[in-house]
Design a protein around this ligand. Structure first.
Ligand SMILES: [Zn+2]
Length: 271
């Protein structure tokens, strides 16, 4: 049985319609996934009442994620997870920090020589600062929403940032809701695939590039929906027909936010 009560593609400005207004508290509130248009990058959130958990912050000077969260009634960000230190995944931090108090920021391994040029400047503005995470660690929010880290292992280093992208599985009472994997490549996907477990929603890896969203990865996750975040007419050709074809091959419905439409999926509170 699906935990998804309903979904809609909301016109920007009407993001609170369709599935009902979010309650003002987090007690037994429905959790919904908000995937706005952020241009060529990743940035989406799970929202419960007035709080959000953010998975990647979007590219710089775009602001789509902050605006969507404000329209949804969010006033606090409980956590920001950054999958990897590429600008199209953390550049929107500035906008998030301008508009919301952020309790904590969690990221994967970062080359210390690059720290000064990445997102670490933001840690001073975050209430509990930043922390590094790796495979086997987890956190629980709102009493029953769990985020498990499935990749990479502690101490692993990679020649390419994409290869070290965090793989994060969110579940509630054992039921998989959301899987994000940043720009992880096919090799990493194949290693982590057997440990995924099924989820309702997968964010298609690397914006739907040819080398992500492998059949092994998507097959193990067995999502009902696949969300793709990519810029309109981007120069990379994302999302590729190959990646979209693989998503369809595992039976998923594809949802892609556009400059005029956000994606919102609501999960029932009693499952
Ligand atoms: Zn990216």
């Amino acid at each position: 049985m699906s935990v998804v009560k309903c979904f809609l593609l909301s016109w920007i400005g009407l993001a609170l319609g369709g599935c009902g207004l979010p309650p003002s508290s987090t007690d037994q509130s429905p959790i919904f996934l908000l995937a706005p248009y952020v241009g060529q990058g990743n940035g989406l959130a799970l929202v419960n009442g007035t709080q959000a958990i953010v998975f990647d912050a979007g590219p710089p000077e775009q602001g789509g994620l902050s605006e969507a969260l404000r329209q949804a009634g969010v006033d606090t960000i409980a956590a920001i997870y950054l999958t990897h230190p590429d600008l199209d995944h953390w550049g929107g931090l500035d906008s998030l920090l301008q508009h919301f108090p952020v309790r904590t920021l969690v990221h994967g391994p970062v080359d210390p020589s690059r720290e000064a040029s990445t997102f670490h400047w933001a840690c001073r503005q975050i209430l509990s600062g930043c922390s590094t995470t790796w495979n086997g660690q987890s956190a629980v929010y709102w009493d029953d929403l769990r985020v498990d880290v499935l990749w990479p292992d502690s101490g692993q280093t990679f020649p390419d940032d994409n290869q070290g992208s965090l793989v994060l599985r969110t579940s509630r009472r054992g039921h998989g809701l959301l899987l994000v994997s940043g720009d992880l490549d096919t090799l990493g996907e194949q290693i982590v695939a057997p440990s995924l477990g099924s989820v309702e929603v997968v964010e298609l890896g690397h914006h739907g590039s040819r080398s992500s969203g492998s059949l092994a990865f998507l097959g193990h996750a067995s999502p009902r929906w696949v969300i793709v975040q990519a810029g309109v007419d981007n120069s990379y050709g994302h999302p590729t027909a190959e990646a979209l074809g693989r998503a369809r091959a595992v039976g998923a419905q594809i949802l892609q936010p556009t400059p005029t439409k956000n994606v919102r999926l609501e999960f029932q509170p009693d499952e």
